[in-house]
Structure formats: C-alpha cells, structure tokens
Design a protein around this ligand. Structure first.
Ligand SMILES: C[S@@+](CC[C@H](N)C(=O)[O-])C[C@H]1O[C@@H](n2cnc3c(N)ncnc32)[C@H](O)[C@@H]1O
Length: 272
C-alpha cells in the first residue's frame, strides 16, 4: 500500500488522524509524509499502521496510541493513567511565569500533577524546585519519567498523596498550582466518548458542580502558602470561578479570573 492510499482512503477518520497515524507508524514527519505520497509502506510499518487506525476508530485518543503529547514545546509521555495535557493549561503556566517574574529560590507545588506537564515546565522555565503531587500512584510514576526526559529530574520531587494528607503541617510553598478535576455531573454525561471512555475519571470528574476536590483543596490550604505567595487554579465553566474566588478571598488572597482563548473563565490567579 502507498502513503497516498492511506491519506485518501475511506477509514471514517479525519485526514489529521490518518496523517498522524502514518507519521507514528512509519516514523516520518508530516512534511515527509506529504513529500513521499507514492512511497510504498513496508509490511512492518503497515501492521503498526493498521493497529493504530483500528485503535483510533474505536475512539482511543491519538496521544494514548502514540504514547506522547506535545505541551509547551516539550514532548510528554502519556498513558491511560494520566490526563492528556490540554493546550488551555498553557494559560495557567504563562500566568504563573508572569507572577513569578524571574524570582529564584521558590518552592513550587503542582497539585494533581498527572503527567507532570505543569511541574516540569515550571522547573525548566524557572530553575525553581517543584513538588509534584497526585493521588494516583501510576500518575506519579509517569510524572517522574517525564521530569527526567525534560531534563529537570534533579529539581523535582514526587509525592503520592490525597491533596496535602502526606505532608507535615509545617511544609509551605511560595506558589501553588493546581489543575484538579472540575468536570460537573452534567458535563460528564455529555463528554466526548474519546475523553469519557479513555481518560481517567479520577482526573476529570469533580462531582455534582465539579468542585468536590477544589473545595477540599481550599479547606486544607490555610498555612500551606507563604505570606505573599501565589496560587493558580485551572477551573471549568458555570459558577466555579465565582464560587472559588469567594472562598479564596475569605482567606485573604486577592483573586483575578483569567479567560481562555474561547473567552471562558479558565484560571483563578491569586496573590497573598
Ligand atoms: C485534570 S488532571 C490534571 C493533570 C495535569 N496536572 C495536567 O494539567 O495535565 C487532575 C489530576 O488530579 C489528580 N487528583 C484527583 N484527585 C486528587 C486528590 N485528591 N489529590 C491529589 N491529586 C488528585 C488526578 O489523579 C489527576 O492526575
């Protein structure tokens, strides 16, 4: 079979998916795929390609098939124990970098680290020490591998914990970042099957109004942020921004709401 036949074939998949599958199976870049349309795919690559297309047709996200996802110009290893990092999470990182403003010697926390994407980028971009926490033991293992791959393993620490449960009472951070589950019960029912059937429910589902885990986080936060410290939380739609802002402001933080590119409320940025 030729590359051209795969691209024009009727597989029920988008062209983007078919080209991505070709890149993965034949170890080619997108440019190489398009400049070799009449090349014959060898038997070994064809077997990988067919398995890849079959998985994709069952709804499996491409990132879980290829085992990787680009985020903030780095490649992160992913598997079905971690959420696939989303482009909107880059907004949280950009704001965190702005608030940090080049400060050194800070202790940063990535709560609900999943693949470790937020923590590893913060360590790489700032040189500060980052602690990654996740309730999932498997996720902590993936985050640790990613930190090594990004070249920041020596700046990072990994803890498997339900929020702050495993931390001594005197451990505090200069910056707390969190992208915890925030999908509401209603949203969960209508999520795309690619997401609902393949990504971990533990990473996504936040209860009736999506705020179950964030409420527990804010309740356990007093004393965890140094005076003058920063907090950045990725949130979902509805009344989440308003509700969490009110709770955090009661603890003395001043909070701003930052929208994503679709003009939806996406990040709460606070300063102590
Ligand atoms: C939305 S995912 C975010 C993953 C990653 N930070 C990212 O941005 O791609 C939420 C993560 O929070 C973790 N999590 C859920 N409940 C938690 C809890 N009680 N304590 C710590 N981590 C938790 C999940 O296992 C999951 O990895």
């Amino acid at each position: 079979m030729k590359i051209r036949q795969v691209i024009t074939g009727q597989t029920g998949l988008s062209r983007t998916d078919r080209v991505a599958a070709l890149c993965y199976a034949c170890n080619l870049t997108t440019e190489q795929v398009y400049s070799n349309l009449d090349a014959q795919i060898d038997d070994g690559d064809l077997a990988v390609l067919e398995a890849c297309l079959k998985d994709r047709m069952s709804g499996k996200p491409l990132a879980y098939i290829t085992g990787k996802r680009e985020f903030f110009s780095e490649t992160f290893m992913v598997n079905e124990s971690v959420l696939i990092p989303r482009p909107e999470t880059e907004i949280l990182i950009e704001e965190a970098l702005r608030q940090l403003n080049g400060r050194k010697g800070c202790a940063i926390l990535d709560m609900g680290c999943g693949s470790g994407a937020i923590g590893a980028i913060m360590a790489k971009e700032t040189g500060n020490r980052v602690t990654c926490v996740d309730i999932s033991y498997e996720a902590v293992g993936v985050a640790r591998k990613n930190a090594e791959a990004v070249g920041v393993g020596s700046l990072m620490e990994f803890v498997c914990s339900d929020l702050f449960e495993a931390f001594k009472p005197d451990i505090r951070f200069d910056m707390i970042l969190a992208n915890l589950p925030y999908v509401t019960h209603e949203e969960w029912k209508s999520l795309m099957t690619d997401v609902r059937d393949f990504e971990p429910r533990l990473a996504l589902y936040g209860g009736e109004d999506g705020l179950d885990v964030y409420r527990r986080l804010t309740a356990s936060m007093p004393g965890r942020l140094v005076p003058g410290g920063d907090i950045l939380l990725e949130i979902g739609s509805g009344r989440q921004a308003e509700e969490l802002k009110a709770v955090l402001e009661k603890t003395g933080l001043s909070i701003r709401v930052i929208n994503d590119y679709a003009m939806r409320e996406r990040v709460l940025a606070g300063h102590g």
